[in-house]
Design a protein around this ligand. Structure first.
Ligand code: NI
Ligand code: MN
Length: 224
C-alpha cells in the first residue's frame, strides 16, 4: 500500500516502505498542508528543478532528517555547495535505484534557474515504490514523448500540472493523459497563486473516461 499525500502546489509526500517527498515547497506556499518540521522520517527528497517553488524546504528537511536529495546533477551540486553536510544524489535523465526505490529522471519542457541564472535543466520523475509507479511531471508543457513513459514503464498514478501560465493547462494536461495512459491522475500546480487559478473540474471533464481523475485538496491522501 502506497499513500500519496498532496501537500499543496507541486509538493507530495509518498509513503510506503520508504518515505519520499517531492518538491517540498511549504514555507511561503499559501496552499501548504504541512510545515517542514512536521516531517520526522524522510528517506528521499526529489527535486524536479531549481525554481524556489520546487526546491522549497528541501535543504532544511534534509538537514534535520538526513534525507538524501535526488536531483539533476547540476542542481545537486548547487544545493550542496552552500549546505555541506547534506547528502545529494546528482543524476541526469535516465534510470537509477536509490535505497531500493527505482527512479527514472525524465525530461520536462521548462526552465530551471535560481530565478535568474540557469541551474541544470528541469525534469520529471517516475518512481516505483512497492510496485506502484508514480510519475511526477514537474513543471512542463505536454510533449509527445510522454508516450514513451507509458511504453517503457507503465504509469499507475500521474501527477500533472494544470495551472497554465508556467506549465500545461487543463487542455494540454488532458492530452498528456492520452499519451501517459495512467490508471489515476492527480492534478497539481494550480490555485496557489492568481496566475495559475484553475478549476480542476474542467480538467476532469476534458479527461473524461481516459483515466480516473483524483482531485485532492491540500492535505488529502490517495492510497493505492
Ligand atoms: Ni518552475
Ligand atoms: Mn513551479
Amino acid at each position: 500500500m502506497v499513500k500519496v499525500r498532496f501537500l499543496g502546489h507541486a509538493a507530495f509526500e509518498i509513503r510506503g516502505s520508504k518515505n519520499i517527498l517531492i518538491d517540498p515547497f511549504l514555507t511561503g506556499n499559501p496552499s501548504a498542508a504541512a510545515k517542514p518540521e512536521d516531517f520526522e522520517r524522510v528517506d528521499l527528497i526529489l527535486v524536479t528543478h531549481a525554481h524556489g517553488d520546487h526546491i522549497g524546504d528541501a535543504v532544511e528537511i534534509a538537514k534535520r532528517t538526513g534525507a538524501k536529495i535526488v536531483a539533476m546533477y547540476d542542481i545537486a551540486n548547487y544545493l550542496v555547495e552552500d549546505n555541506r553536510g547534506i547528502t545529494t544524489i546528482g543524476m541526469n535523465y535516465g534510470p537509477t535505484e536509490v535505497d531500493g526505490v527505482k527512479i527514472v529522471q525524465v525530461p520536462a519542457w521548462h526552465s530551471s534557474s535560481n530565478g535568474k541564472y540557469e541551474i541544470g535543466t528541469a525534469c520529471g520523475f517516475i518512481i516505483e515504490l512497492d510496485g506502484v509507479k508514480i510519475y511526477h511531471a514537474g513543471d512542463t508543457f505536454v510533449f509527445k514523448d510522454m508516450e514513451l513513459f507509458a511504453e517503457l514503464y507503465g504509469i499507475d498514478i500521474a501527477l500533472l500540472p494544470i495551472g497554465g501560465h508556467f506549465t500545461m493547462g487543463p487542455l494540454e494536461a488532458a492530452k498528456a493523459v492520452e499519451f501517459l495512459k495512467p490508471k489515476y491522475v492527480i492534478p497539481m500546480h494550480y490555485n496557489t497563486f492568481p496566475p495559475i487559478k484553475k478549476d480542476p473540474e474542467e480538467f476532469k471533464e476534458l479527461v473524461g473516461d481516459k483515466s480516473k481523475v483524483i482531485i485532492l485538496k491540500p492535505g488529502e491522501v490517495f492510497e493505492l
